[in-house]
Every structure is written in structure tokens, then in C-alpha cells.
Design a binder for this molecule. Structure first.
Ligand code: CA
Length: 747
């Protein structure tokens, strides 16, 4: 009651103030009904302040008509201490509105957007600003359910100094929409934001920023994306998908982010002064140029390992007079004064085929500097490049290519300047300008919210020592915190309950440690868990005499968080008490960032070692990004070492990846119930390396290629009484493209 009176008094004061056109009111609200009353009465210049604390299930709607000199502001009592949780979101509708200081976490939006610059289709926000907002892991509970964190509609809006981290479900993190007349030529500004780590989605729909859609892509947006920091924005192969005209991407930093800034649709865009640090990570790319009138100038790229469409600099071929959703040819491009250091790939005419026959025209590539310490030839040229004028490009580590003039090899010594970039010695007049201002992590986001690491490292916590005694492992799991190591003294352990994990834990054996288990799985990886096993022998001899046991399985429900699984110096034995006993079984809707196996042995397994085949809808979704097996032994496995499935024909993912090296494989894949009749089944795997292994009495390796020029190598193996690998191109109609060479066939 007292609060209501106070509010009434405040509103009265506010009304008086507005009437007399004097000072704006400050409205302090401590619950949702007070908030909505305050909004109703808000006048230009008013500030509505939310009381510190948790606001649960709060669908914030801020509507009103502020003025340029007197916006209506929604803020926090203390920035960062108003926490919006549960089923909550924020919509703005009207003129000159400003929202700042709020944190969205521990929840998700009940609608499709967390922040929308509109109330609905008929009331958009214009001239409005959202700044110093945090959205932290505010995801739909199911990773497959799409939602969007920020959607900009209307015109002249600004989104700045925000912190967006941990987008894990399907759907672009942030988009600018041009879906009505009122949202075209919008002149939005997106600046000084922290786009924090976005984990690999494992399908299309994991872009961090998109501007426009293909439908309206020949319209202009005039959006400026400036001084933002993209930190490991790994969702999919487009970090930014530009799909409209006249946008500017200026002074942004891309740190260790897989994918590229892609000029997917729309003409006359400017990409200037951006910095890409790949840190030599897989699939880190730069800029992909498509369409007419693009200017790519004064950008710096270092340590980018991306290939093909994901290279450091990619100029595509287009479809002449093609439909709006295809690639338009590159015309009038200016690619000048860029520096590429230790970056693997420059691709010209990429995508050239019967349909994409439109080569670049009336374009200029000048004053660029390319230096690679390994001396590699960075160019791949797919078509006629006579439509590009090449001029004064300096190569520091390779001879000029033969497809064009305009390249000169010079002796170049690079040294790092104060801004963190490498520059050549004086006298080399190419590459990015001296004094390029580099956006750092410290310059972006609100300064009151920490930029934490996304994963807890194995072994980063405490050590919990246990010895063989009933329930010892189970009890240790209940006690452990993320990053802890459970150290098992030598002896026999029998586990009678499921070990359900929801955090990163290591199980490390000291001496001879033997583990048996009585449930249908030993470990269950739940959302948030990661698992490392080392120095153990795990036996299936006490597992139930039913079909379908696993040593490790993921939650049967879809998981938002990607997991990591590491297995080193572990023996798996007697996994054949009944049929279809797998070592690792992944469920639908779960995703491993990385599964690595070093120096392990697997013997007498009635199912598969790794069952990663539950995403069978052919939507381009799969169960694990990397499966890497080194120096291990497989013997008497009735199913496959891995049954790996990535269906669908879209080209939006880098993975899955598979590597098997230095291993011994004996009597694998020949179980009567193994339908695939293979020892390794790779369906739609994008990168495969099977090298230096010994196969004996095995079913063949089967590589089903589905899309996107997969890279498959089977080299330096010996095959004894084992058929040679089978490679099938399922959709392209090509001859098999897997490289199968230098293998020894032994009879
Ligand atoms: Ca995409």
C-alpha cells in the first residue's frame, strides 16, 4: 500500500513537471505493476528505475514518445544488479527510448526474441537505444528450438556497449530486419558490443549477426557495425551474414572465430579497418566477397587457417542474372591495402561451376600485402580473373602467381607495432595503414560485467582422493565441483548407480584401477558436463544382461551445452554381455565439441565404440564436431569403431571431423548384426584423416560423401585381409574424391 501511494505521488509530481515543462521525473519501481503504471505515465525525459534484485517472468514493454533532447529511459538502480530471469524479454515501441543496465540470465524468452525493437508489426521503435545490456546464456531449453537475442526493426536505432554471451540454441544471435517499408534504409548503429563465445551449433542457423534477409537483399540498410569484438563466434560458417546494401563494417575485431564476414547478399558495402586474429585455429576465416560494389580496404588478417569458402579472402563467382537467393557476380569490387599474415587461403572465383559461371568484373585488387612464414602459395584460382585489375600487390614469401600481373615479390621483414599488428619495414608500400586503431576486448561491452572463459578446464579444480569401497565413486561425484579430479587408488571398484555428471570432471586412476558397473551405463553426461578418463580399466562384465548398454551415454534429452570427452590410457574390456553394447552413445539433440582418445584399448565390444548417428533427419545436424583417435587398439568389435552421421545437403557446417592415426584395428565390423558391414562408417563427415594404422580381418572403411567437397584422406595404412575403403559420392555425381594412397595391402 505504501508503495502504491509513493508511486501515485511520484506520478503526480511527474505530471506537474511535464506540465510546467520543468525537470523530468525519476520513477523508482519495485514490481511489475508499478513498472507498467510508470510506463503509461512516462513523459519525455522521464527515467524509470528498476529496483535491484531478481525480476522473474518479466515481459518488459517500453512504449512512449520521448524527444531527442529528452528520451524516456529505463535503467537499473545499480547497473548489473537488476537481473531479469525466467520467461522474460524486452520490447521497445515508439520514439527516443533508451534501455540500459539490465542483465538477462537464468531464463529464456517466451516469444521468439529476447530484445525486439518493436512492440508488434504496427508499433516499431525509432531513434532508440539499447546500451549496457547483458544477455548471458538466455537460451531456449532445447538447442533445436530457434530464438533470437536481438532483433532491430525501425530506423535510427543504436545498440551499443552490450554483452552477448553463450547463445547455444538455433537462430542468429542478432539481426537487423528490413521486412517492411518502415525498416528500410534504417541507419542503425551497432557499436562497442562484446559478442562473446558462441559454441558450435552443429547445423545452419548459428550466425552471430545478420543484416537483412535474401528476400529484401537488394534494398539498402545503411547499418554501421563499428568497433565490436567478436570472441570465438564459432556458431557456423558465417560469423556475419550481410544480406542488404550500403552497410559499413568498420574497426571490428574477430578473435579466433570460425567462419567469415560474408557479403552474402546486397551491394555497395564497406568493410574497412577490421582485424582478424585466427590464432591458427581450425576454420578461422576472413572476408568473403559476393555481389556488386563491395569495398574491402585496410583490413588485417593473421593466423587464419580457413579453407575453401572459409578462407582469409574469398572472391566468389556468381550466377549471371540469377534469382535473388543465389550469389550475384562480383562487379566493381575494390580490395585494397589489406594485410594477410600467415593466413592459408586466398580463393578467387570460388564456387565456379556450371551455374556459378559469372566471373568477377571491373574490379581492382591493389596494394595488398601477403606474407606467410611457411612460404606457402596462398592462391587458388578457379576461373578467369581478367575482370580484376591487380596492381602493386606485395608478396613477402612467394613468387608472383601466373594467373595475373600486378604482384611483386619483395624481401619483407615484419615486426609487431604497438597496436598489436605486424608491419613490414619502411619502404614497403602495401598492406594496412600504420596506426590502425584496433578494438580490444576491454573497449567493448559494459565495464561492470566480466568476460569469463566459456569452459572449465579439466584438472583446474581440487583433487578428491578415493579408495575402493562401496559407493566411493558415486559419493565423490556428488561432492565434486566443476574442474575437480577424482583420483582413484589402485583396486577394484563396482558402481551400482548411474554416475550422472553435470560439470567437467576428471577420473584418474593411480596404479591398477578396475571398474565394473551394474546399470545400463556407467556415466551419463548431462547438460553442462564434460568428462576426462585416464589410467583406468573399465569392464562390462557386471552390466545388465540386456541389449543396449553403454559405458558413457549422453542425456536422453536435448542438451544446450556442448560437451568434451577425453579418454587417455584407458582399457575397455568385456563389453559383450549382450548385444549392441556401445562404449559411447550420443543421443539426438546432443553435441560434443571434441572427443579425443589417446593410447586406449577396446576389446570384445558387441556394439559400436562410438555411436554418433542419432541425427538422421538430414537437416545438416550431427552429434560431434571432432572425433580424434591416436595410438589406440581395437580388437573384436562387432559394430563400427564409429558410426558417424551428418545428413542433409546444406553447406553450413565445417564438421564433422574424424581422425584415426597410429592405431591397430583387428576383427572389427564383422558382427552379424552390423548392418553397415563396415569397420568405420563416415556419412557426411567433412574432414577425414585415417593414417598410419594397421587393419587386420576387418570390414571395409566406408566414406559416404554428401556435400561440399569433403576432404578425406586414407593414407599410409596397412590392410591385411581387409577390403580397401569404399568411397561413395551420394549427391554430387562426381567420381570418388577421397584420397586413398600409399596404403599397403597384405594378404
Ligand atoms: Ca548460415
Amino acid at each position: 500500500m505504501k508503495t502504491a501511494l509513493t508511486l501515485a505521488a511520484t506520478l503526480l509530481l511527474s505530471a506537474c513537471a511535464a506540465q510546467s515543462n520543468a525537470d523530468a521525473a525519476s520513477l523508482f519501481v519495485s514490481n511489475q505493476s508499478e513498472y507498467f503504471e510508470a510506463v503509461k505515465a512516462a513523459e519525455p525525459g522521464d527515467v524509470i528505475t528498476l529496483k535491484n534484485g531478481e525480476w522473474k517472468d518479466f515481459e518488459i514493454l517500453l512504449t512512449g514518445e520521448g524527444r531527442e533532447d529528452a528520451p524516456i529511459t529505463l535503467t537499473a538502480e545499480t547497473k548489473g544488479e537488476v537481473i531479469i530471469t525466467g520467461e522474460s524479454n524486452l520490447r521497445l515501441g515508439g520514439e527516443y527510448l533508451h534501455v540500459t543496465g539490465l542483465v538477462f540470465k537464468d531464463g529464456y524468452t517466451p516469444t521468439k526474441e529476447v530484445i525486439a525493437f518493436r512492440k508488434n508489426k504496427s508499433l516499431l521503435a525509432n531513434n532508440s537505444r539499447v546500451s549496457e545490456i547483458v544477455i548471458d546464456n538466455f537460451n531456449q531449453p532445447d538447442r533445436r528450438e530457434p530464438s533470437f537475442w536481438v532483433m532491430m526493426y525501425g530506423k535510427n536505432n543504436r545498440f551499443d556497449h552490450n554483452h552477448l554471451v553463450g547463445k547455444r540454441n538455433a537462430g542468429v544471435t542478432m539481426a537487423v530486419r528490413l521486412n517492411s517499408e518502415e525498416s528500410l534504409e534504417n541507419r542503425h548503429l551497432i557499436d562497442h558490443n562484446y559478442f562473446g563465445p558462441r559454441s558450435i551449433l552443429g547445423s545452419n542457423g548459428g550466425e552471430t549477426l545478420r543484416i537483412g534477409t535474401s528476400h529484401h537483399s537488394r534494398k539498402n540498410s545503411f547499418t554501421r557495425v563499428e568497433n565490436n569484438y567478436f570472441d570465438r563466434a564459432d556458431g557456423e560458417l558465417e560469423i556475419i551474414s550481410n544480406k542488404s546494401g550500403r552497410n559499413e563494417f568498420i574497426g571490428n575485431t574477430f578473435y579466433k572465430s570460425r567462419g567469415t564476414l560474408t557479403m552474402r547478399h546486397g551491394n555497395n558495402n564497406l568493410v574497412e579497418g577490421n582485424v582478424f586474429f585466427g590464432e591458427n585455429a581450425d576454420h578461422t576465416g576472413g572476408i568473403r566477397v559476393i555481389n556488386a560494389g563491395q569495398t574491402i580496404r585496410n583490413n588485417y588478417m593473421e593466423g587464419l587457417k580457413g579453407t575453401r569458402f572459409g578462407g582469409a579472402l574469398v572472391v566468389m563467382n556468381g550466377v549471371p542474372n540469377g534469382p535473388i537467393n543465389r550469389y550475384d557476380p562480383v562487379i566493381n569490387a575494390e580490395i585494397i591495402n589489406n594485410t594477410l599474415v600467415d593466413s592459408d587461403n586466398v580463393q578467387l572465383g570460388a564456387g565456379s561451376d556450371e551455374e556459378r559461371s559469372g566471373v568477377p568484373e571491373d574490379s581492382r585488387v591493389a596494394n595488398n600485402l601477403i606474407v606467410n612464414s611457411d612460404g606457402r602459395d596462398v592462391f587458388t584460382v578457379y576461373d578467369d580473373m581478367s575482370g580484376i585489375e591487380f596492381e602493386n600487390n606485395v608478396l613477402g614469401s612467394m613468387d608472383p602467381p601466373s594467373f595475373a600481373t600486378g604482384f611483386e615479390r619483395k624481401s619483407v621483414t615484419m615486426s609487431r607495432a604497438d597496436n598489436g599488428l605486424l608491419y613490414p619495414q619502411d619502404g614497403i608500400d602495401a598492406g594496412v595503414k600504420r596506426g590502425l586503431k584496433v578494438t580490444t576486448k576491454e573497449m567493448v561491452g559494459p565495464n561492470w560485467y566480466p568476460k569469463t572463459e566459456p569452459n572449465v578446464a579439466f584438472g583446474s579444480g581440487n583433487v578428491i582422493k578415493i579408495s575402493p569401497k562401496e559407493g566411493a565413486i558415486y559419493e565423490a561425484v556428488q561432492l565434486a565441483s566443476a574442474g575437480d579430479t577424482i583420483e582413484l587408488a589402485a583396486g577394484d571398484y563396482n558402481v551400482t548407480k548411474f554416475l550422472k555428471l553435470d560439470k567437467a570432471l576428471t577420473f584418474a586412476g593411480q596404479g591398477d584401477v578396475d571398474i565394473t558397473f551394474e546399470r545400463s551405463a556407467l556415466f551419463e553426461i548431462l547438460d553442462g558436463a564434460s568428462l576426462r578418463l585416464t589410467g583406468l580399466t573399465i569392464s562390462g562384465s557386471e552390466a545388465p544382461d540386456y541389449t543396449g548398454n553403454s559405458v558413457i551415454r549422453t542425456s536422453p534429452y536435448a542438451m544446450l551445452r556442448n560437451y568434451r570427452l577425453e579418454i587417455e590410457d584407458v582399457n575397455f574390456v568385456d563389453m559383450d554381455i549382450n548385444r549392441a553394447f556401445n562404449i559411447v552413445t550420443a543421443a539426438k539433440g546432443t553435441f560434443a565439441d571434441n572427443i579425443s582418445v589417446i593410447n586406449a584399448t577396446f576389446s570384445d565390444v558387441s556394439g559400436a565404440v562410438f555411436s554418433l548417428n542419432k541425427e538422421i533427419d538430414d537437416y545438416g545436424i550431427y552429434n560431434a564436431e571432432y572425433l580424434t583417435i591416436t595410438d589406440s587398439t581395437f580388437e573384436n568389435i562387432q559394430g563400427d569403431i564409429v558410426d558417424y552421421y551428418r545428413g542433409g545437403t546444406d553447406e553450413s557446417t565445417f564438421g564433422p571431423h574424424f581422425e584415426l592415426t597410429g592405431s591397430t584395428v583387428k576383427n572389427v565390423g564383422k558382427g552379424g548384426r552390423n548392418k553397415s558391414k563396415s569397420s568405420i562408417l563416415l556419412h557426411g563427415v567433412q574432414v577425414t584423416n585415417i593414417e598410419g594404422n594397421t587393419f587386420e580381418d576387418c570390414a571395409p572403411i566406408v566414406l559416404n560423401h554428401t556435400v561440399a567437397e569433403p576432404k578425406s584422406f586414407v593414407t599410409g595404412n596397412s590392410f591385411k585381409n581387409t577390403p580397401m575403403p569404399v568411397n561413395v559420392e551420394l549427391n554430387s555425381g562426381l567420381e570418388p574424391t577421397a584420397i586413398v594412397k600409399d596404403n599397403k595391402v597384405v594378404n
